[in-house]
Design a protein around this ligand. Structure first.
Ligand SMILES: [Zn+2]
Length: 359
């Protein structure tokens, strides 16, 4: 799998000529406004065996930890970012050895390993995410690899933000940069611990930014291409003419009551508010000035969850100004398309990309 990261200079993008029919930017001109990088990540499948005979799950754990320790978009490694996000007191809920019932084991700091007192198995920093619990031999590795990908995306965001928040020039760049992710601003399953950690981290960084530049907001958003919110927005926009009911230049942020009644019903009457456990952003439906409908998630570091019960985020204006010119077709987001393009090109390194923001 690979992680594509792209920096798009919006000021240059806005100068480019548009294609007459679609209103989209000519892709050939686009290349000059962006800098992209890819990180390729190799992880073993379920039936893999190492030469020394250790099992696939153990190899996966070791390999995943190694990957996090060796990649970075600037400053610290992804492993250090993970440890920084969860804090030194966040325990590994259950021993990674399926035959051992030890619980609440200390998470080893990056570059070190720990050991379970009960069974003696080696513990890694990344065990705290428990992705290996979905790594069951003879079964598809899809779920497991999806969690790895989501983890890499979230850590890429956190790694960049934390690096930029460290210096004056970085904070200056933060003020002028919107961060756009693929999919929802969410962490599901065993990695859901990252959702809360990201909400806390975004708030911490927002405070640092506001201290340096009063009134400035960090802008973190994502483009959602499928799922219940995309289907619901499509239905609402359908009558009487498909894709025409919501007028251009409008946005809509459904609140928790609306979401639970119309989009994602809770499992029971006492269900937690939507996104409480899993999300670090809230849904936004946007019709751009040229009529493209986008479903986005947007972070709101200034409030406590549930995010959907609050007035619109302070960064909403900046987020819409960023997203509107990047809408290149219903549910198609230019930034993500370009990142996917970069993800399909094998390149060696990505460390210098975030540095480019500092120039
Ligand atoms: Zn154990």
């Amino acid at each position: 799998m690979s992680l594509g990261v792209v920096v798009i200079k919006l000021s240059e993008l806005s100068q480019l000529e548009r294609l007459p029919n679609s209103g989209a930017v000519d892709p050939r001109l686009l290349r000059d406004t962006e800098i992209g990088r890819t990180r390729a990540v190799l992880l073993p499948g379920m039936n893999a065996r190492t030469v020394d005979g250790s099992d696939a799950r153990e190899w996966f754990r070791e390999r995943f930890n190694h990957v996090l320790a060796e990649i970075s978009l600037g400053g610290e490694s992804f492993a250090e970012t993970l440890y920084g996000l969860l804090g030194p007191y966040h325990a590994i809920h259950r021993c990674p050895n399926p035959d051992c019932n030890a619980t609440d084991l200390a998470t080893p700091p990056p570059t070190t390993t720990g050991m379970c007192d009960q069974c003696g198995i080696t513990l890694h920093t990344s065990d705290v995410l428990r992705i290996h619990e979905q790594f069951v031999e003879q079964q598809s590795s899809e779920e497991c690899h999806a969690r790895v990908m989501e983890t890499l995306e979230i850590l890429a965001l956190a790694n960049s933000l934390r690096h930029l928040a460290e210096t004056d020039s970085g904070l200056d760049a933060l003020r002028n940069t919107a961060f756009v992710m693929d999919g929802q601003l969410a962490a599901m399953g065993t990695i859901a611990v990252l959702a809360r950690a990201m909400r806390d981290e975004l708030r911490r960084i927002q405070c640092l930014l506001a201290d340096a530049h009063p009134g400035a907001q960090i802008v973190v958003l994502s483009g959602v291409k499928s799922g219940p919110f995309v289907r619901h927005a499509e239905e609402i926009d359908r009558d009487p003419t498909p894709n025409r009911r919501i007028p251009p230049n409008r946005y809509w942020m459904p609140d928790n009551t609306y979401i639970r009644e119309n989009i994602v019903p809770g499992q029971s009457s006492v269900s937690k508010p939507w996104g409480h456990v899993t999300h670090f952003g809230r849904p936004l439906v946007l019709k751009t000035p040229n009529g493209q409908r986008l479903v986005l998630n947007i972070a709101q570091p200034e409030v406590d969850p549930p995010l959907t019960d609050h007035p619109p985020p302070l960064s909403l204006g900046d987020a819409i100004a960023t997203a509107a010119p990047l809408g290149v077709g219903t549910d198609q987001f230019l930034a993500l398309r370009r990142a996917h393009r970069w993800a399909s090109i094998p390149l060696k390194a990505g460390e210098d990309l975030i540095q480019s923001l500092l120039r």
